[in-house]
Design a protein around this ligand. Structure first.
Ligand code: ATP
Ligand code: MG
Length: 203
């Protein structure tokens, strides 16, 4: 049985927080591999003006994961096209010899039952693995875990790990590249002059 972690996101750009969550999940749950899956069109947010292109988001994920034998880019949501729903991705990846673990930041688990398409279906296909993004979220995460277990019979793992409180938004708004992303991704962003301007966020 292969234990496969899935980390979806817009990755605009991918950063050390994504890597941290994936590495924690790999250790905590003995995952064999983690797929980083950039969304084609995120269903619940619009990419702000001045964002990286889809090809650039993919290339940055490739650079983020290069040299890590357990981590790799998957372009399956891009290839599928249209709005990217996790339930569709899970159905595509489900197989008898695989156990799927969806890796999420706390913000995603907190909005899981109100915002996501077919949360009940998702819970039948995978284990949800959630990490706090800042120090105040651990308690909220535990409460949400209990609610989702009751509501959907979900299998949820929340591990108390020291969070790495960084975000793509912070980087797009001028945050320090060398602190937020690995050197290969920083070099790519500089070479291609990505995120040079401050960008107004839209939902
Ligand atoms: P943005 O600021 O544009 O929303 P982001 O930093 O939240 O970007 P996403 O691509 O939206 O990154 O997130 C993809 C997944 O990674 C989500 O499940 C999100 O919760 C998780 N994630 C992002 N940053 C962290 C972090 N620092 N620690 C743990 N999980 C994170
Ligand atoms: Mg986000």
């Amino acid at each position: 049985m292969i234990r496969l972690g899935l980390m979806g996101g817009t990755f605009n750009p991918p950063h050390n927080g994504h890597l941290h969550a994936a590495a924690c999940a790999r250790e905590d749950l003995q995952l064999d591999r983690v797929l980083f899956i950039p969304t084609n069109q995120p269903p619940h947010k619009r990419l702000p003006e001045g964002s990286a292109t889809t090809a650039q988001r993919c290339e940055m994920v490739r650079l983020l994961t290069q040299g890590l034998p357990w981590a790799e880019l998957s372009t399956l949501e891009i290839t599928r096209g249209g709005a990217s729903y996790t339930i569709d991705t899970l159905r595509q990846l489900a197989a008898p010899d695989r156990r799927l673990f969806l890796i999420l930041g706390a913000d995603m688990l907190l909005s899981f039952d109100t915002v996501w398409r077919d949360p009940s279906g998702i819970c039948k296909l995978c284990t949800l693995t959630a990490y706090a993004r800042n120090r105040d979220e651990q308690q909220l995460l535990e409460e949400k875990k209990r609610i989702l277990e009751q509501k959907f019979g979900a299998d949820i793992r929340t591990m108390a790990r020291p969070p790495l409180p960084v975000s793509s938004t912070e980087l797009r708004n001028g945050g320090d590249l060398d602190r937020l992303v690995p050197p290969a991704v920083a070099a790519y962003i500089r070479t291609h002059h990505l995120y040079d301007r401050k960008i107004t966020e839209e939902r």
